[in-house]
Write a protein that binds this ligand. Sequence first.
Ligand code: ATP
Ligand code: MG
Length: 242
Amino acid sequence: MALSELTKRRTASGVTFELSVPALNVPRGGCFALCGESGSGKSTLLDILALASRPDSVKTFTLHAQARLRSDIAALWARGGTDSLAPLRARHLGYVPQTGGLFAFLRVRDNIALPRRLLGLPDDGTVEHLAERLGVADQLRKKPSALSVGQRQRVAIARALAHGPALVLADEPTASVDPATAETVMALLLEQAARNGAAVVVASHDWARLQQLGMPRLHPRIERHSDGDTTVVRSIFDEVRQ
Ligand SMILES: Nc1ncnc2c1ncn2[C@@H]1O[C@H](COP(=O)(O)OP(=O)(O)OP(=O)(O)O)[C@@H](O)[C@H]1O
Ligand SMILES: [Mg+2]
């Protein structure tokens, strides 16, 4: 995935937040982390990368999911977006939203299996394998409401990986789990990247772990100014640190 000159504004009660990404390239098989303080736009950017939220303006935005498959996301959004983006999202993306996003009415097993089922992929043991790796194999028959927050987060991660997507996006995937589980979760995400040539983008505050894993980090610069009665907070994601 690659994009340039992207902006997205959100205004509420006299405060405008403006996300700005001059240039971003997520190579196939690559991984990096979005860092930055709370409110700096990490989730806003992940929603855009997940093709779930439309940029206000963007010069180029392409998804290069397979060797001979390149989709012009900017053009698809310009033409209305949602219908044409839905199949791309279902096939090529795996998204772990900050709040998990599991379906309350589906059992854990069916939540994890859903992306495969929607694509017509066979029931080949992937669900059990991922649940085992993430330590939720004994929770498969439950509904999400009967799980701890950290268990729900791990189920959401299994669901994001189940269909072998080209790009995995995870919003603070280790925020609610113990350090040992956090290590497993990050290891699994990166293993997936290596095995499938999938790219991984995580939002995380866990700088020490990111550094240990050698993940490049993208940091925002925050600029504040007043525009009449409105306070404008601009977050520019342009600083890569190794
Ligand atoms: N619906 C909305 N309307 C207006 N502003 C919004 C809306 N949702 C979020 N914002 C603003 O957008 C900015 C970015 O929010 P975002 O959730 O992307 O931050 P974040 O970096 O993910 O924070 P955190 O680390 O707390 O998850 C925030 O300053 C927030 O106040
Ligand atoms: Mg967030």
